[in-house]
Design a protein around this ligand. Sequence first.
Ligand SMILES: Nc1nc2c(ncn2[C@@H]2O[C@H](COP(=O)(O)OP(=O)(O)OP(=O)(O)O)[C@@H](O)[C@H]2O)c(=O)[nH]1
Ligand SMILES: [Mg+2]
Length: 296
Amino acid sequence: MKRPNDPSAPAKALYNWYPGHMAKALREIKQKLKMVDIVLEIRDARVPLASSNRAMNESLGEKPKLIIFNKLNLADSQIVDRWIEWFDKQNEHYVFVNCFDKPSLKKVISQARKIVEKNRKDCNPDYLETKTKMKMMIVGLPNTGKSTIINQMASKSAAKVADKPGQTQVQQWINVENGIELLDTPGIMPPLIEKEEHGLWLSAIHAIPDDIAGEDNVGTFVIRHLLSIKSQDFLDRFKLDSADISLDDALKKIATVRGCLLPGGIPDLNRVYKLVLAEFRKGDLGKTCFGVPPKS
Ligand SMILES: Nc1nc2c(ncn2[C@@H]2O[C@H](COP(=O)(O)OP(=O)(O)OP(=O)(O)O)[C@@H](O)[C@H]2O)c(=O)[nH]1
Ligand SMILES: [Mg+2]
């Protein structure tokens, strides 16, 4: 594994994580495509573009697709509004949700059904709306909440979920009421992450395991980011008086406030990075987004 402090590591390679089960999962997605009416692509509302996967999307061909930007409850609502304005100009079906909110998930299902019915009519002008069967394949990057969405839609714990990327490793069909069948698939990373910044964003939201880029690298990035946006939740939680402090001072203060100290009062940085990442991912350090919509 290439570590961030390894000078021989090319920046692009640092964040690449493409274990064997992902290549297999992509092949299986292509095989099952014919069986489904629609693909739900799950992305993370905090990283709306970089949490997509161009290689995977290309293999979906012309299949109707609905993009779900999940984890809305962790995202900065002002930046989300800018993304909504931007996505309204793109030719794609999309919705932002917190999947633990049942009414918004119901809307997702009815939006998917509309897309499916329109597609059926477009393919066959004599088609009469049936409102019966609908098969949906759920795809996306690891840890974006695919299995959780399925469980929420099915109102049961049918698919295993975990707060770590790579939980689902095999496909699984799950039946929902009203003739809906959902296909859970393993999270798939793009084979190559082109920009270092995207690698950091995806590590911060835990689409990439921490041991790929290193907790120190990801933890440092998250602290710098929270200081740069002057997150009040972050400042309050660690009793920081101001965001205009150095990274070192922030690390020392967090270590002191949380008692992460080695003998002699030296900050235990490994513990600090771990706790910052855990609390950030729970949303305890404020709602945030990485990046803003492109100008064009
Ligand atoms: N805050 C918040 N957490 C969510 C949401 N959706 C899912 N999660 C959490 O995200 C974590 C990952 O969920 P999973 O459903 O296992 O993600 P997955 O996409 O199936 O992951 P892989 O199987 O690894 O590809 C879990 O800890 C969920 O509780 C959401 O809308 N908001
Ligand atoms: Mg899963």
